[in-house]
Design a protein around this ligand. Structure first.
Ligand code: NI
Length: 136
């Protein structure tokens, strides 16, 4: 496989945070981490355009103390009720919670749900992982 080098510009502070995280996560270099990010991004964009049904998992970490968060979060889950198979809630520390939501249904509807979860104020991370047709 041919490797191509290219330059990237970003804010110094952002790069420092990135480097700190790479060190913490044990990534040997920036190239490997950026390749991983690009693959995730491409996979997510690929899935967003797919038609038909799929199964997967949405994982969120959020601060439950943000005003109004719990009400909005629960309303959203009830709004997308037919998609949700089950949810698991873990209290991580005094402020943060982890929620794992198993979903099954129309890919476009799952992404609509995912995008709305991502945009909730208080969400720290929100990731989606879907099962491809070949693996299901
Ligand atoms: Ni909790």
């Amino acid at each position: 496989m041919e490797l191509v080098r290219f330059g990237v510009s970003m804010e110094k502070e952002l790069l420092e945070k990135f480097d700190q995280l790479l060190k913490k996560e044990g990534f040997p270099n920036r190239s490997l981490a950026i390749r991983s990010l690009v693959r995730d991004f491409l996979a997510e964009k690929y899935w967003e355009k797919q038609e038909g049904e799929t199964t997967g998992v949405i994982t969120l970490v959020y601060n439950h103390e943000v005003r109004g968060f719990t009400d909005l979060f629960l309303s959203l889950q009830h709004q997308f009720l037919p998609l949700i198979i089950s949810t698991t809630h873990v209290h991580c520390d005094f402020h943060h919670c982890l929620e794992v939501i198993l979903v099954k249904g129309e890919t476009t509807a799952i992404f609509n749900f995912y995008r709305q979860l991502q945009s909730l104020k208080g969400v720290k991370t929100c990731k989606i992982s879907l099962v491809s047709e070949e693996n299901s």
